[in-house]
Design a protein around this ligand. Structure first.
Ligand code: NAD
Length: 248
């Protein structure tokens, strides 16, 4: 018997980075895992479903298919997210709505579609991927930070609303993590090496977080062994939130 034996999970944005590491870890620990993504090409034993979290009918259809294939849903990892750069003037209304639609409304959409199944589970857990950007004023991340601040508030509200349903709701707050997303950001920088050093130097541990480290935290929050933990935000940020070491 392993920790997640018999449990059925959905991971959104599960075809890359933190989502793929999480889906892989949950499957290694015994869960049956469905991945929702725009291009859901995932290795066995994961099963991929095309689901754009900004499209309600796609989300509902994928939830129904995954629930039928797995005979239920116990765990939902709301991880799909996109970035945005610049200060408050940098993006037009359309882009503000697009990013909030994916990063925030996408979590509401997927959760409400999965809710009837989560209510039927005896080990129900939702884990949202938030960010250090919900807590710290990062430069040139106005829209992205607004979206992650909303995810933090949504996590607390959902945790309260679903206490009586027996559904725990928590979030993880990663610092900058070494994923394909950050790889793309670095490639777009004028000096990718200098940009990487700046991001590493911002985290007290002096390195980027790995996708696998975030996956371990998500797995903890999703696990039946964290059965008294709800409405929390777990930082996986190399000390960025709480520590102020003297500059070297
Ligand atoms: P990534 O780009 O490697 O993976 C994100 C995945 O989400 C991709 O597979 C992408 O196709 C999918 N996706 C994007 N839009 C989608 C949509 N509309 N519907 C369904 N799937 C969609 O990124 P990552 O770094 O692994 O980021 C995952 C999550 O972690 C995001 O919510 C991000 O905000 C958060 N996060 C990342 C970092 C970081 O430094 N990488 C830090 C804090 C939080």
């Amino acid at each position: 018997m392993t920790e997640f034996d018999g449990l059925r999970a959905i991971v959104t944005g599960g075809a890359s980075g933190i989502g793929l590491a999480t889906a892989t870890l949950l499957a290694e620990r015994g869960a049956t895992v469905s991945v929702f993504d725009l291009k859901p090409d995932v290795p066995a034993p994961l099963t991929g479903y095309r689901a754009d979290v900004s499209d309600d009918s796609e989300v509902r259809s994928a939830v129904e298919k995954a629930a039928a294939a797995m005979s239920g849903i116990d765990i939902l990892v709301n991880n799909a997210g996109i970035g945005a750069q610049g200060d408050v003037t940098a993006n037009d209304d359309e882009e503000w709505h697009r990013v909030l639609d994916v990063n925030v409304v996408g979590m509401a959409r997927t959760t409400r579609a999965a809710l009837p199944y989560l209510r039927d589970s005896t080990s129900a857990a939702v884990v949202n991927t938030c960010s250090i950007a919900a807590w710290q004023g990062l430069p040139n991340r106005a829209l992205y930070s607004a979206s992650k601040g909303a995810v933090f508030g949504l996590t607390l509200a959902m945790a309260t609303d679903h206490l009586d349903d027996g559904i725990r709701v928590n979030c993880v707050c990663p610092g900058t993590a070494d994923t394909p997303w950050v790889g793309r950001l670095l490639q777009a920088a004028d000096d990718p090496e200098a940009e990487r050093r700046a991001l590493e130097g911002r985290q007290p541990m002096g390195r980027l977080v790995t996708a696998e480290e975030v996956a371990q935290a998500i797995a903890y929050l999703a696990s039946p062994s964290s059965s008294s933990t709800t409405g929390t935000a777990l930082a996986v940020d190399g000390g960025m939130y709480g520590l102020r070491p003297r500059p070297k």
